[in-house]
Design a protein around this ligand. Structure first.
Ligand code: PA5
Length: 435
């Protein structure tokens, strides 16, 4: 059952039927490029069939490894950067308790989860070591290339800690490496030390890897049901096999954003109304930014958290430079409901919402914002998610992956490379004196 709805009504005044028709024709070509592997970057299309082609044996192995970590550790550290951590972080924020790590262990049931290797900060790692000091640790170090400096440096520090805490041979059982099947320093280290390893398929790029062990192992270790997640992705794989924008909301999303982009709307704001969507937006930014930002073009992906940012960015969005369009993300059904209590003397003048749930109020805030931004010439669409279940999340991951592939092909760029990321690395290595 589809768990994602796309409403493009608030873009209709900006888009003609002719434009939609023309873009549908271009999308049919993009659809063939994706499905027949005839477009640029066609050696990186492995993500397309991950939901239907991932064998049960791999899912079982991931679940068993996660179970080992859950039973034997108080803390699970996920080391990686970019596509090697954002999907897992997004999934946990989406599906788990907002204060997961702070919950009492008997309520949380699974290990605390921390991320490292996504920055180069002494303070961050030192503070993390303070938190995990006496706790039993499992580590999942993730790097497709196996050579990225940020996770490698963090891993060296954390490995030393785990070896001191558990002893070298026990530490080797508590470290799991997710990397290339043969290339890279991490693979060599893992083989040397006898770590359990998971392979990132050659034909799946970093930002498309959330449905491989890269995302699935840490997601499973946080207690999220990855079988349901993959089922959801599989359902969307089917929906997305239809090239018709009237039957495939992911393509309608691609078409709409590209028509608006051609009109000079160069920034897309992903505006969510739930804190649980914050890291979905971070994952989305990498997915769209690295896939489209090429040849001095591409839509700039930005995100805001509402209603929080209506009190900081709201003014700019309403009346600033008119180069933006907006994609709202909302959730139809929260996990829990809190209502505003009735007050006998109404001293804070809030009785007009007494008895209403906070979600009811949030929904009015969303509707009021969408109308206001439309009045301010910000065309907007809305992605509504049915709920916060793993199934919906699986659908959402696939929705955005297929949408960005089609969208980048509409812009005639290779969605699957990221040559620009190398430039800072070259300079950094030179400054660090690496030969
Ligand atoms: O999408 C990509 O390939 C990149 O953004 C990578 O995810 C990121 O650079 C991390 O690379 P690696 O997994 O090789 O350490």
């Amino acid at each position: 059952m589809p768990k994602i709805e796309l409403n493009t009504q608030n873009t209709e005044n900006f888009i003609t039927n002719d434009e939609l028709k023309k873009t549908q024709e271009q999308l049919s070509i993009a659809h063939d490029q994706i499905n027949k592997g005839t477009g640029p970057g066609n050696d990186f299309l492995g993500w397309l069939r991950l939901p239907s082609a991932t064998p049960d044996s791999l899912i079982n192995e991931i679940n068993e490894t996660a179970q080992f970590a859950m039973e034997n550790s108080d803390v699970f550290i996920c080391i990686g950067i970019g596509g090697s951590y954002l999907g897992a972080k997004a999934a946990m924020e989406f599906a788990n308790h907002a204060f997961y790590n702070q919950l009492q262990p008997d309520k949380r049931k699974n290990p605390e989860i921390y991320f490292a290797g996504h920055n180069i900060s002494s303070d961050y790692i030192a503070d993390l070591l303070d938190v995990i000091q006496d706790k039993r640790v499992c580590v999942n170090v993730i790097s497709k290339s196996g050579t990225t400096l940020e996770p490698a440096a963090a891993f060296r520090v954390i490995k030393e800690h785990v070896e001191k805490r558990h002893g070298k041979s026990e530490a080797a059982k508590r470290i799991i490496a997710t990397t290339d099947k043969q290339k890279g320093a991490l693979k060599q280290l893992a083989t040397q030390q006898g770590y359990k390893t998971f392979v990132i398929p050659d034909d799946v790029g970093g930002r498309f890897s959330v449905l491989t062990p890269v995302g699935l192992l840490p997601i499973a270790a946080s207690g999220i049901n990855i079988n349901e997640l993959m089922d959801g992705a599989k359902e969307y794989e089917k929906i997305a096999s239809n090239p018709d924008i009237n039957a495939n909301p992911a393509y309608l999303y691609s078409a709409t954003r590209n028509i608006l982009y051609r009109q000079g709307k160069a920034i897309e704001l992903l505006s969510s109304f739930h804190p649980s969507l914050r890291y979905i937006a971070e994952w989305w930014k990498q997915l769209f930014g690295e896939s489209e930002g090429k040849n001095n073009g591409g839509i700039f992906p930005a995100s805001v958290d509402f209603t929080t940012d209506l009190h900081s960015m709201g003014q700019w969005i309403q009346e600033g430079t008119r180069i933006i369009f907006e994609t709202f993300m909302t959730i139809e059904k929260s996990n829990r409901e809190i209502c505003v209590p009735q007050s006998s003397n109404d001293e804070d003048n809030l009785n007009f919402i007494a008895g209403k749930s906070l979600d009811y109020v949030n929904d009015k805030a969303y509707k009021g914002t969408a109308a206001a931004h439309l009045d301010g010439s910000v065309p907007n669409m809305t992605i509504t998610l049915k709920d916060r279940t793993p199934n919906t999340l699986g659908q959402l991951f696939y929705f955005f992956e297929i949408a960005v592939a089609a969208s980048a092909y509409l812009q005639q760029v290779n969605p699957f490379n990221q040559p620009g990321v190398e430039f800072y690395k070259k300079n950094m290595y030179k400054l660090l004196g690496k030969m």
